[in-house]
Design a protein around this ligand. Structure first.
Ligand SMILES: Cc1ncc(C[n+]2csc(CCO)c2C)c(N)n1
Length: 229
């Protein structure tokens, strides 16, 4: 079997992915011992993140070189916003009452900087860990969780261990593999950097939720997900 570019990316991020599996937030989410307060913080931060992520996906749709990729990224942008607003409507958390965290702001700012300053191949590599790492974490959590109907965070775990979600992840990988095959070595190197950097932000995002990270007193929060009026 030939090794694909995505196989190479997966191997290159083995260490950071193993570290994600060992994070206290991820373990406590899986075994159901996570404090509600930390979960609510995470949901609110994730809703803000999803707005920025949806903008990055919409930018990938704008840069795409094939109609089917335009549709894939535009649909993914749509789905990210639908998940965001379902969190809103479920009333579990008042998203707008929360300030986007330093780490959430950093992650979305990074994705939007790739969108703004790099090409379509690099941007697809930057948005891929969000799909792929969540599909993997979702699978691991499902094993840890047991019966989802009685698990305190069963609904959330069910969302990401979903088959449709797995199919979207496979689609995103195929796009990245095709673009890497067509790319020159310098572009492939930037794709690798984008993928490993975004994977590291995924680690940082869970870690920030465990710490309920906030801005230093007096610092002005930066709201990247809300453009200037
Ligand atoms: C920090 C963070 N990273 C990844 C996801 C997962 N995720 C969000 S949108 C989407 C697919 C497109 O709709 C996926 C897989 C998340 N929720 N939060």
């Amino acid at each position: 079997m030939t090794t694909t570019f995505c196989d190479e990316l997966w191997t290159a991020t083995a260490e950071i992915r193993a570290a994600i599996d060992k994070l206290p937030f991820v373990i406590a989410l899986g075994d159901g011992t996570l404090d509600r307060e930390k979960f609510v913080y995470y949901l609110a931060q994730d809703a803000h993140y999803l707005r920025g992520y949806a903008r990055a996906l919409a930018s990938a749709a704008a840069k795409a070189d094939r109609p089917q990729d335009i549709a894939f990224f535009a649909k993914s942008a749509h789905d990210a916003v639908v998940v965001e607003s379902s969190l809103h409507e479920s009333n579990v958390v008042d998203v707008d009452a929360w300030t986007p965290s330093p780490t959430g702001t950093g992650y979305t700012s990074y994705l939007l900087s790739v969108a703004h300053t790099q090409g379509y191949p690099e941007l697809t590599a930057a948005v891929l860990p969000c799909f792929w790492i969540y599909a993997e974490v979702g699978r691991a959590l499902l094993e840890l969780a047991g019966d989802l109907t009685t698990h305190p965070y069963g609904d959330w775990i069910g969302t990401y261990a979903d088959e449709e979600f797995e199919a979207a992840t496979e689609h995103a990988r195929q796009i990245v593999n095709r673009l890497a095959d067509q790319a020159d070595p310098a572009t492939r190197a930037r794709m690798r950097t984008a993928f490993t950097t975004a994977s590291t932000w995924e680690w940082m995002f869970w870690d920030a939720a465990w710490r309920m990270e906030s801005w230093p007193v007096g610092a002005a929060p930066v709201q990247v997900s809300e453009p200037a009026k």
